[in-house]
Write a protein that binds this ligand. Structure first.
Ligand SMILES: Cc1ncc(COP(=O)(O)O)c(C=O)c1O
Length: 412
């Protein structure tokens, strides 16, 4: 006799996020998520690194944390410290670094030690969905600060801080993605970074610097990290190898003063992030990172040029965007009557997946006609074909663009 499956639903506590949907495979034209270019994964060198490091140090896998302790594989932390000094002007030692399972774990640890339900944080108005969703789930209020071509606007930040003070609300942190912002791809100037620190100091607020795209500035030159510019150790800096090597590796890191690092370490109860990934990344990076990343950037730049060209051909003036300063995303504004949530649903039926703006913003009226396009993972051909289909769907659903490939089309 068949046995009825056990019913777990009555056991679930209140407040869980909604159930996850089953994965049915990626869309044919996949412009969503923060995926990278499959053609640019250094497979042979990663395989060689894995063989070399395992042959040399394999027996250390017998201990949790290898022989490096709970903060992560020491040679990886040494590489990160050197890289941060070279690229971001951060002076830190391997002891100031905690290796985590992707920077998403950093978000959870930082939120875990700093936030409680009802707290307030300041965040760029258009921001990373993973950060926004976490804050919503925690019951934390967000104050969105508009951006311009130089990132978060400091006049708006000053007003928001003043406003909150007047209401007796002490924000817990200012969350910023200053170096190739997600989704706008802007870079906060050094002057603005200094002003942000001045304001944070004046109002006694911590700064959470999420710098996971910092390796992907087209010309390789970036302003110093906010962490490096702080005189008062009020910044927590987060980085990742997801965008510079591969997101599936799940290797990220936190740089923070020990006072707060020690609290995060106490919350990181997974007995260490994946050891093989850490070993392979360290072994690969020491000889290859400096040449791999410029080649990756070059390939990504070519892809965004294909994307911008195709958008111009297919959408004409209906698609507005700034030439991004680096990264893997283009943030596109369509005419006000286009609801990108509906566009997303209609396009998905035709095999084209896009990220609708509302999921990437604190201000739904600002973002409902915007969309984010990841150009790193599709091929050039998929970019051309996918954007052409997207334009057809948009025309059918919303009557724009009226022109395509310089040919006037009858309104649907
Ligand atoms: C701003 C930002 N932070 C963090 C992450 C998470 O990255 P990972 O956990 O792969 O390091 C992403 C991924 O897209 C991101 O865009």
């Amino acid at each position: 006799m068949p046995v009825a499956p056990f019913d777990f639903s009555s056991l679930l506590p209140a407040g869980l996020p909604p159930a996850a949907a089953k994965w049915n495979g990626a869309a044919r034209y996949n412009f969503i998520g923060g995926n990278n270019d499959p053609a640019q994964i250094p497979v042979d060198a990663l395989a060689a690194a894995a063989t070399a490091v395992l042959t040399r140090e394999g027996p250390t896998l017998a201990s949790y944390g290898l022989k490096s302790g709970p903060q992560g594989y020491r040679p990886l932390r040494e590489f990160i410290a050197g890289k941060l000094k070279r690229d971001a002007a951060i002076a830190c030692s391997p002891d100031d670094i905690l290796v985590v399972s992707g920077s998403l774990q950093a978000l959870d640890l930082i939120n875990g030690v700093l936030l409680a339900r009802g707290d307030t944080v300041i965040i760029e108005q258009d921001s990373y969905q993973g950060a926004l969703n976490r804050l919503t789930r925690l019951g934390v209020n967000t104050v969105g600060i508009p951006l311009d071509g130089e990132g978060m606007r400091m006049d708006a930040l000053a007003t928001a801080l003043q406003d909150l003070k007047r209401k007796n609300i002490q924000p817990k942190y200012i969350y910023t993605i200053p170096t190739v912002q997600n989704p706008t791809a802007t870079i906060m100037s050094e002057q603005r970074r200094a002003e942000l620190l001045r304001l944070a100091g004046e109002y006694g607020v911590a700064v959470f610097e999420d710098d996971c795209y910092a390796d992907l500035v087209w010309d390789g030159r970036r302003p110093p990290a906010i962490y490096a510019m702080s005189q008062s150790a009020n910044v927590i800096h987060v980085g990742s190898f997801s965008k510079s090597i591969a997101p599936a590796l799940r290797v990220g890191f936190i740089v923070a003063p020990w006072a707060i690092m020690s609290r995060m370490l106490a919350l990181k109860t997974d007995a260490g992030s994946g050891a093989l990934e850490q070993m392979v990344v360290a072994e690969y990076c020491a000889p290859h990172f400096a040449t791999h990343v410029p080649a990756l950037r070059k390939g990504l730049r070519r892809k965004v040029e294909t994307l911008m060209e195709t958008l111009n051909e297919q959408f004409g003036t209906a698609a507005e965007f700034e030439d991004p300063k680096g990264g893997i995303f283009l943030w596109v504004k369509l005419p006000d009557n286009v609801d990108t949530m509906k566009l997303y649903q209609a396009a998905l039926k035709e095999g084209v997946a896009i990220n609708p703006g509302n999921e990437w913003s604190t201000d739904k009226s600002h973002s409902s006609s915007r969309l984010r396009i990841c150009f790193a993972s599709p091929t050039h051909e998929q970019i051309r074909e996918g954007v052409a289909i997207l334009a057809e769907v948009c025309r059918r659903e919303f009557g724009v663009p009226t022109r395509s490939a310089n040919v006037e089309k009858a309104r649907a």
